[in-house]
Design a binder for this molecule. Structure first.
Ligand code: NAD
Length: 329
């Protein structure tokens, strides 16, 4: 089997190259992202391996099918970037549903603690021998309320960790898990009562802009918002308005709705034209990172192994546990 691997970074190669030998597959690594113009690079391959910011539209899906590519291996959990309807009956799509929910949850907590205790500011101060602590006050978490939106694999671990801090945890999920030791509430109750809100639901037509002008207005003043899920969950313009009106104690974003222009790339010498991103960067109480919540050694190994296992199952005609299919509403 020959795989065209798009949007390659040096850290992707470490495990994919090593495991490809074990599985007996050939991988051709391309730095280009997957778009209609680069789909041709997959000519002669049996599979393509794609990531979160590859744009997988009908036109390029048809090109893949015409070239005889049989399967799309998404090396990520989310699949909001692919036109599944266009794939139906033509090409098999598989993903890595869970490579390390713990890594993402731990990172969301790291962002929250950094924001709250202003460790990012303290770090730069002390590097310049400025040992003043004025302006670095945070809140004690024990007894405060955390709101977890989405109680799947990552949300569950967040609930455990936040409870461990002695926080009261409220949860919202349209499909509650009754085995969990958490208080499920309506989304409005969660917004109204939480001192920090953390997003762990997938991006879908139902969840797009779940954080918007209206939902922000229902939150407590001085709330923390953490998004490690998908950028499209948050209406950035409404978020910027909220920040300007001093609604938030802090906002941490590991994902951003227009991230595909910037994330994972060095744009430090470029003129950034995204005004909403520039505004976000200007707030002292905002931390933005570049979709790195998953980024641990263990996750990288799991991503490579599950992606290649997915292909093996496809080749062997075995059940495709990680197949994603179009679901009509
Ligand atoms: P999961 O499928 O296990 O859980 C998602 C949960 O969201 C489910 O319980 C589902 O019922 C719930 N949900 C669905 N619609 C909802 C709604 N309208 N409101 C509230 N909850 C809703 O997924 P997971 O593994 O926990 O991952 C969650 C998300 O995290 C993924 O969809 C992905 O976008 C994101 N993610 C980000 C990174 C990163 O590096 N930043 C890495 C992995 C995953």
């Amino acid at each position: 089997m020959k795989i065209a691997f798009y949007d390659t970074k040096e850290y992707d190669k470490v495990w994919f190259e090593k495991l490809a030998v074990e599985y007996g597959y050939e991988i051709i690594f391309y730095e280009s992202r997957f778009v209609a113009d680069t789909a041709i690079l997959a000519n002669g391959c049996d599979a393509v391996c794609l990531f979160v910011n590859d744009v997988i539209e009908e036109k390029s899906i048809n090109m893949l099918c015409d070239m005889g590519v049989k399967t799309i291996l998404l090396r990520c959990a989310g699949y909001d970037n692919i036109d599944l309807k266009a794939c139906e009956g033509k090409i098999t799509v598989m993903r890595v549903p869970s490579y390390s929910p713990t890594a993402v949850a731990e990172y969301a907590i790291a962002l929250f603690l950094t924001l709250n205790r202003k460790i990012h500011k303290a770090y730069t101060r002390t590097r310049e021998f400025n040992f003043k602590i004025s302006g670095l006050t945070g809140i004690t978490l024990r007894g405060k309320t955390a709101g977890v939106i989405g109680t799947g694999k990552i949300g569950k671990i967040m609930i455990e960790i936040l409870s461990g801090f002695g926080m009261n945890v409220l949860a919202y999920d349209p499909y509650p898990d009754t085995s969990l030791n958490v208080q499920y509430v309506t989304i409005d109750e969660l917004l109204k009562n939480s001192d920090m809100i953390t997003l762990h639901c997938p991006l879908s037509p139902d969840t797009r802009y779940i954080i918007n002008k209206n939902s922000i207005s229902k939150m407590k003043d001085g709330v923390f918002l953490i998004n490690t899920s998908r950028g499209g969950l948050v209406d950035t313009q409404a978020l910027n308005d909220g920040l300007r009106s001093n609604k938030f104690m802090g906002v941490a974003l590991d994902v951003y709705e227009e991230e595909d222009e910037y994330f994972f790339e060095d744009r430090s010498n470029d003129i950034i034209k995204d005004d909403e991103l520039i505004k976000l960067m200007a707030y002292p109480n905002v931390i933005i990172t570049s979709h790195q919540a998953f980024f641990t050694h263990e996750s990288l190994e799991a991503i490579a192994r599950v992606s290649l296992d997915n292909l093996k199952a496809f080749v062997d005609g075995a059940p495709l546990e990680n197949e994603v299919k179009y679901q009509a509403k």
